[in-house]
Design a binder for this molecule. Structure first.
Ligand SMILES: Nc1ncnc2c1ncn2[C@@H]1O[C@H](COP(=O)(O)OP(=O)(O)OP(=O)(O)O)[C@@H](O)[C@H]1O
Ligand SMILES: [Mg+2]
Length: 383
């Protein structure tokens, strides 16, 4: 019998290799980030002279190449260090995976060859083991460790700034923090601020032309020749430039447009597929958000949906009544509903608008759904 995968593979495709359009792909060249990478390198070069580099903080909105640039600089430093007689390690930690000081230090110990359990020890024991690495290492050389703390805001907001305290007070350790928010330093106490003498590097959003350069390089690695109509890359770039210069979104648009071309069995990607890709990505985003909401919150949304479909004006009182019908006795208090409304508004699924009912009648909050009702209905009833 023929292998089942052979039959499935015959379908023609505009892709020659999908990987370069994946977020995790690290390109050999990062257009328009040379300046920022050079800045990192100018601080890190100290390590090649056996001096612990300054701490660095990188700021920038989502999809501005922060993670990619840090990883790129790491590869470059590793390469340069291997040609020299120095002992440098650059460890990358994504703080969404390691959300406490304990977990980060334990992970660093493990990466540096110390067997530390992911839980069970006291924090003190883990920190001592970590510091011990710098006292005596097997190579008899001085180890310089650079720790990249990506998405550091998550760690600081969940577990405080203890991690920075520990790392800044360990000899031979340098930190590169990456944050989406300039305000993340509000989580850092003065005692830690004083030992974190960091240099700041800002990653500005990409403009449409810059995004087009980034996409062109990735497209030539991913797509077969002559499969892209000339308006496709400018369209993806313009749409992503509107979304605050997000390169990840631009790549998503291009990859999804390619997938649509394959579904349509078309030899070429055309502008229309990019527009359809945009709708599809937005739908997926909303669906993901809705599916991860807690049950009670989904019921509130269900109530908003029903009222919207009946063309009713949605006040919080009316919403609460309908919500109680939906939840059939298993409901939260009226006060909790306001938290839910706030959260749904922050997620962009609904909006609220305060209107005045006229003299002496006070003001009322009116809730409006901000996403497609059909999409919401399909998602809620698929659960
Ligand atoms: N200058 C560039 N050249 C090539 N690809 C890039 C460039 N900038 C970003 N990218 C690509 O865009 C995607 C998003 O970049 P990256 O993950 O580095 O963004 P980020 O700033 O870390 O975003 P976030 O804050 O959401 O984590 C990645 O696939 C990355 O390879
Ligand atoms: Mg990132």
């Amino acid at each position: 019998m023929a292998n089942i995968f052979d039959d499935l593979e015959v379908g023609k495709s505009v892709f020659k290799d999908k990987q370069p359009l994946d977020h995790r792909f690290l390109p050999e060249n990062l257009p328009h980030r040379k300046e920022q990478i050079t800045q990192i390198a100018k601080y890190w070069i100290e390590a090649l002279n056996n001096v612990t580099p300054s701490d660095i903080t990188i700021y920038g909105k989502t999809g501005t190449g922060k993670t990619a640039a840090a990883k790129f600089a790491r590869e470059q430093l590793n390469e340069a260090a291997s040609n020299k007689n120095v002992f440098i390690k650059v460890e990358y930690i994504r703080c969404t995976d390691y959300t406490t000081e304990y977990q980060v230090i334990a992970q660093l110990c493990q990466k540096l060859g110390r067997n530390v359990p992911h839980r069970g020890w006291t924090k003190g024991e883990v920190i001592n083991t970590f510091r011990d690495i710098f006292r005596r290492n097997a190579y008899g050389k001085k180890l310089i460790l650079i720790v990249i703390l990506d998405e550091i805001d998550i760690l600081l907001s969940k577990d405080g700034d203890g991690i920075l305290y520990t790392l800044t007070r360990t000899d031979n350790v340098s930190i590169l923090s990456i944050s989406n928010y300039v305000e993340f330093k509000q989580f850092i106490t003065p005692r830690v601020m004083s030992s974190l003498r960091d240099k700041e590097i800002v990653f500005p959003p990409y403009g449409a032309d810059q995004l087009a350069d980034i996409l062109s390089e990735r497209a030539s690695l991913s797509f077969k020749e002559d499969t892209i109509e000339s308006d496709v890359i400018p369209l993806c770039s313009a749409m992503a430039a509107k979304e605050e210069g997000d390169a990840r979104y631009a790549l998503d648009l291009l990859r999804t447009a390619g997938e649509i071309a394959d579904e349509e069995e078309s030899d070429k990607i055309i502008g229309d597929y990019v527009r359809r890709a945009k709708d599809r990505i937005e739908h997926n985003k909303i669906t993901d958000v809705i599916l991860t909401l807690p049950t009670q919150q989904q019921r509130v949304l269900d109530a908003i949906l029903r009222l919207t479909q009946n063309n009713e004006e949605i006040t919080s009182g009316k919403l609460y009544d309908t919500y109680k019908e939906v939840s059939k006795g298993d409901s939260v208090t009226y006060r909790r509903i306001f938290d839910f409304i706030n959260e749904l508004e922050m997620l962009g699924i609904i909006s609220t608008n305060t209107i005045s009912r006229g003299r002496g009648k006070g003001r009322t909050n009116i809730i409006t759904l901000q996403c497609d009702t059909d999409l919401l209905e399909k998602t809620l009833y698929s659960i």
